[in-house]
Each structure stands twice: as C-alpha cells, then as structure tokens.
Design a protein around this ligand. Structure first.
Ligand SMILES: Cc1cc2nc3c(=O)[nH]c(=O)nc-3n(C[C@H](O)[C@H](O)[C@H](O)COP(=O)(O)OP(=O)(O)OC[C@H]3O[C@@H](n4cnc5c(N)ncnc54)[C@H](O)[C@@H]3O)c2cc1C
Length: 400
C-alpha cells in the first residue's frame, strides 16, 4: 500500500462519505467536515444504478442497499396529451435481471456513514468550510479557524461547493418532491419509475423508494416539475391550485396529492448544470457534484459521486505526489463524466422546458423509434450508467 496520507474531505454527502470509507479503510488518516449540526441528510429519494451499486459492493454495502431500496425494472413515461407511452426503458433489455434501486437518501446516508465510521474516518459536524488552499492543503472554516495542512483536500461539497470556482448554471426547471407511504394495492407499478407529461412544461413522477430502515413501511418519492421562477407563486397561491393541476395531469395520484396538506410538505429542489475543469489543482481534488453537477433527469449524480470516490481511492492507492494522484483520478473518470454531462444536458429539456418542438419530437418521432432495435438496449445502457461504463477500467464488477 502507499504511504498513509493525511486527508481532509469537505462534505459528508454521498461522495464524501464513500471516499472517507474507502480511504480510511486503506489506512489513511481521514477527517470529514460538514456544516450539518448532527449527521442526518435531507433530500429526495434517488436511484442507484449498476455503476453506483458496484461501488457499494466494494464497500460491502450492496446487499444492505438492495434490502432497503426498491428494485426498479422500468422507466415508464406517458404523455397526458395523447395517452401514449413516450418513455419505456426496460433495464432487462440490456441484461437479464438488471435493475436500478430506488432508495431513500437517508437510508443510503446511514449505510455510508456507518462504513466511514467503521473504517476509522472521523466526521466533524457543525463545520462550515469557506476556503481551501490548493498549495498548502489548508482548509478554512467560516469562523476563520483552519484545519491542516493535509496531503490531500477533497472537495465533496456538492452542487453549491464554495471550493469549486465554476459558477453552477441554474436550470429553468427544478422539482417539488415529497416522500410518502407506498399505497398498497395500486395503482402504481412497484417496479417502475412512472412519469406523466404535458408537453415538457408539466411533469409528475412516482418512484418506489424502499424503506427508511429494515422492517419500516415501503415508501415512494413523488416529484412535481416546477419552473424556478414559479416557486414563489406556488408558495403564495392556495395549495388547492397545485392539487387541482396535479390531479388533472395524473388522476391516479389523487390519493398521494390528498396527503399533502401544507406547502412545506413539498420540498423544492433547484437543478444546476456545471462541469468544473480542471477537476484538481495542487492538493485540492473535486468529486461528485462539485466537479460535475447536472439535473437528475438521467438519475446518475449519486452514482457518479460514488464512482469518483472509488476512482480517487484507487489513484491514492497507486501512490505518488498529489499531482500524480490527481492525474490518474481524472484519467479514470473524465470520459464518463463528459459523456453523462452531455447526455443529461441534451435530455433534460426534452422533459423539463418550455420548448414545444422537443416534446413533439419526443412523442411523435423518438418514442416510436425507441421501440426499434438497437434503441431498447441502448436506452437501458444510458440509464443504468453502462454507456461508456468505467467499471472495467476501475476493476469493478457489474452484477452481484
Ligand atoms: C431532487 C433530486 C433528485 C435526485 N435524484 C437522483 C437520482 O435518482 N439518482 C442519482 O444518482 N442522483 C440523483 N440526484 C443527484 C444526487 O443527489 C447528487 O448528484 C449527489 O448527492 C451528489 O453527491 P455529492 O457527494 O457530490 O454531494 P452531496 O451529496 O450534495 O453532499 C454535499 C455535502 O456537503 C455539505 N456542504 C455543502 N457546503 C458545505 C460547506 N460550505 N461547508 C461544510 N459542508 C458543506 C452538505 O451539507 C452535504 O452533506 C438527485 C438530486 C436531486 C436534487
């Protein structure tokens, strides 16, 4: 193994905790700093793909994530304008038995946090980071205090990272979301992420998201697409206005919509698109959303953060100075990051935008073509993260 390094990780989110578990597991001294008061994430359910699951397998967490999550075999979107299925991606078209996993963010967080603690990383809460010095490896807190010097400083601060210089471009549409109990007896397919669209201006989604802890009831995450500049109007209007729109778009969600009694039950997530080049400078290395943020339309962000963490740990293991570690890390990840940033940038407006043309092409040209070979396995490869997959390059195995 390489010499034990003194490593700081800014941000105890998905990428930061995975990197902490992997690096501390190899004997490095790892300190993770986060602004939260006590460890506990907030956020919507998310989808783990084969890429992220392969990293969780390396951490010994795959079986637990699969047990807590809900298997997703199909992405199924219907146009409310025409009643036609305009998105129908079946994971099995790529490989028999292939599935994504819908999981509550809190459940994934607890698994990663447990792994980080078990491998000896220390997580320091209530620490808001404001700056890092790439040359000296120092981290600066909001109160002016500093930590370090560190051999490596990993920026895992997510989409709003203060250590990432490239401005994150806010996308015109974000989403309101809520985690709700799974309605037994239907009407939703327990193995599908379902969506309904009206052009690309309206979209609602239902994703099975498993349970918070073993034995807890099954849940789903409900999404409602909303323009960034329409959020204030949503907040100030009676909730009934939104409820009427939601029921009109997708009448089968009436039982879900009924459970929303207050605007606060719907959390607003703003989406941003950003790729920060270079991904490393001196001792400072960016992983996850601080390197490449995108809308969650293709459900890849958490999986990309897990892959980054794994690639970085592998590069550290190969040894060398910070510059060599960073170069190997970037070589392992850059092509996959570029591909998925491009794909997400291209696909997002097809489902969330004011365009009339894109949803028309989606409904009348792309949907019929997507049923013809080789589109089904290609679409499955795209959503499972297998397109341009870095798994072989990283020495990771797909499947159980
Ligand atoms: C509504 C929604 C749905 C999504 N669905 C999916 C999905 O289905 N599949 C998928 O793969 N991805 C999904 N994503 C994207 C995914 O959540 C992100 O890509 C992923 O969380 C990025 O991980 P990260 O480690 O880079 O950052 P994060 O997980 O965001 O962690 C960042 C951490 O840094 C901390 N932090 C931030 N600033 C500071 C500071 N200044 N000082 C100290 N600490 C700080 C935060 O408290 C947080 O703990 C979704 C995102 C959203 C918003």
């Amino acid at each position: 193994m390489s010499q034990p390094l003194n490593i700081a990780i800014a941000g105890a989110g998905i990428g930061g905790l995975a990197a902490a578990a992997l690096l501390a597991g190899k004997g490095h001294r790892v300190s993770v700093y986060d602004q939260f008061e006590a460890a506990g994430p907030v956020g919507s359910g998310l989808m783990l793909q084969e890429t992220g699951l392969a990293v969780l397998a390396e951490l010994g967490l795959r079986a637990a994530a699969e047990a807590l999550g809900a298997p997703i075999a199909r992405l199924w979107g219907v146009s409310a304008d025409t009643g036609r299925a305009v998105l129908d991606v079946r994971y099995g078209a790529l490989r028999e038995g292939l599935r994504g996993i819908g999981i509550q963010r809190a459940a994934l967080f607890r698994l990663l946090e447990g792994a980080a603690a078990a491998s000896g990383a220390s997580v320091v809460a209530s620490t808001r980071i404001t700056a890092a010095n790439p040359a000296t490896g120092m981290l600066v807190r909001q109160d002016g205090g500093a930590h370090g010097p560190f051999d490596l400083v990993i920026d895992a601060l997510g989409v709003r990272s203060v250590l990432s210089s490239a401005p994150a471009k806010a996308l015109p549409y974000g989403a309101l979301w809520a985690t709700l109990p799974w309605p037994e007896g239907g009407p939703f397919d327990p193995e599908a992420l379902e969506q309904r669209y009206e052009a690309a201006r309206k979209m609602a989604g239902v994703m099975p998201s498993g349970c918070a802890h073993p034995g807890a009831p099954q849940s789903l995450t409900y999404f409602w697409s909303i323009r960034d500049d329409g959020y204030d109007a949503f907040r100030s209007a009676p909730l009934l206005h939104w409820k009427d729109a939601a029921r009109a778009l997708w009448p089968e969600t009436a039982r879900l919509v009924e459970q929303i009694q207050d605007h606060d039950q719907l959390t607003f997530a703003r989406y941003r698109h950003r790729t920060h080049w270079p991904a490393a400078e001196g001792r400072l290395i960016h992983i996850g959303d601080s390197w490449h943020a995108a809308s969650p339309q293709l459900g890849q962000g958490a999986n990309m953060a897990l892959l980054d963490a794994f690639a970085l740990a592998r590069a550290v293991e190969a040894g060398g100075e910070a510059a060599e570690i960073a170069a190997l890390y970037v070589r392992q990840r850059a092509a996959h990051v570029r591909l998925y940033q491009l794909m997400t940038w291209a696909f997002t407006p097809v489902y969330q935008s004011d365009s009339r043309l894109l949803p028309w092409i989606r409904d009348w040209l792309a949907a019929p073509v997507s049923k013809l070979w080789p589109a089904p396995p290609l679409m499955a490869a795209l959503v499972s993260g297998a397109l341009g997959s870095p798994l072989a390059k990283l020495g990771l195995k797909a499947g159980r």
